[in-house]
Design a protein around this ligand. Structure first.
Ligand code: HEM
Length: 312
């Protein structure tokens, strides 16, 4: 039996708004995570898992990578998901011995007899992308040792695999000075029983989930105007979780991508006000990093109108 999308017992995607008022500050922005909320399936589950299957078939090496040392942590991550999903979402995920059925997609997984790498299989079970971080003795910091990354927000897995956190984040203006040290300390001290989550946001002119490039755009995109910005731009938000795995002590980083048309903010004037304030507070280096310059003026005018400060 396969459940059709309208009957899927998952909620609609949550309405996240990761915009903080006030001066710009690079921050970790971590919040405690209740592990019952670790994974966040929604009505897009079947569509997004199908897209993952397509990417993993057509361009496997771009969306999956695992170093040999990722094997134990990957197996642990898979085992945790196989335990978690049927207990949290019993209408969709059914466990039968070593078999796991996903009734939303009609997929059936033989967990122990699968030819797939355990992290690859784990990534096909959930909408989240999965990144495995491991502390390396030669550097004494955490490195990316494996990932199932179908929906990257402007980064290439091949550029980051094997790299430490600070190299991974090197393109971010201010990271080295403001975040590198506290991040390394945080990763060292993260406790099994204290998982965390955070939100990230981007504004993009393309709603495609798989976006491995696109930082640092400049110039002006004359196709995006104050009149059509709501229909030509998308808010892309990432809900990220971090948990230390109890057995291997590796850290699993999950990334769930939500893409919303900017036009939704036309009905949410407070959100439009907040986003306009956040955009105006961004330093030029961060505007460039996020590829905002091509449509910055257009989107600010559109947001001011949505906020009710100007007429459409
Ligand atoms: C406490 C945890 C973390 C924090 C606070 C954090 C913070 C950030 C921030 C502020 C950005 C810039 C995003 C933007 O504003 O557009 C970013 C980007 C990024 N983060 Fe993290 N991050 C965390 C964990 C991780 C982990 C575990 C990975 C491992 C894969 C990772 C990989 C990336 C990548 C690949 C980018 C894009 C970098 C690029 O542009 O090349 N992050 N992160």
């Amino acid at each position: 039996m396969t459940i059709s999308p309208p009957d899927m017992p998952f909620p609609s995607p949550p309405d996240y708004a990761p915009f903080k008022a006030g001066p710009f500050r690079l921050s970790m922005g971590l919040m405690p995570l209740d592990l019952t909320d670790w994974i966040e399936p929604d009505t897009q589950c079947a569509v997004e898992l199908k897209e993952k299957e397509r990417l993993l078939t057509e361009r496997h090496d771009e969306v999956f990578a695992a170093l040999p040392e990722a094997a134990p942590g990957s197996a642990e991550a898979l085992a945790l998901l196989v335990e978690h999903l049927p207990s949290q979402f019993p209408e969709v995920y059914k466990r039968n011995g070593h078999r796991l059925d996903n009734l939303a997609t009609g997929q059936r997984w033989e967990i122990h007899a699968s030819p797939l790498h355990p992290l690859d299989l784990a990534g096909r079970l959930v909408q989240e992308d999965l990144c495995l971080m491991q502390r390396q003795t030669h550097t004494q910091v955490y490195h990316l040792v494996g990932a199932s990354l179908c929906f990257p927000t402007r980064w290439r897995l091949a550029d980051k695999i094997g790299k430490p956190l600070n190299t991974i984040h090197a393109p971010i203006p201010g990271y080295a000075e403001q975040l590198a040290t506290i991040m390394d300390k945080f990763f060292d001290r993260l406790k099994v029983e204290k998982p965390v989550w955070r939100l990230n946001w981007s504004l993009m002119d393309d709603p495609t989930l798989f976006q491995p490039t696109g930082h640092g755009r400049t110039g002006t995109n004359t196709d995006i105007t104050p009149e059509n910005a709501g229909d030509t731009l998308w808010l892309r938000m990432e809900r990220q979780t971090l948990r230390r795995l109890p057995r291997t002590h590796d850290i699993l980083f999950t990334i769930r991508v939500y893409v919303r048309p900017l036009a939704q903010l036309a009905a949410q004037p407070d959100r439009a006000t907040q986003l306009a304030a956040v955009l105006r507070a961004l330093p030029p280096s961060m505007r460039r990093y996020k590829s905002l310059p091509p449509f910055m003026e257009a989107v600010l005018t559109w947001l001011d109108r949505a906020a009710g400060k100007k007429r459409f």
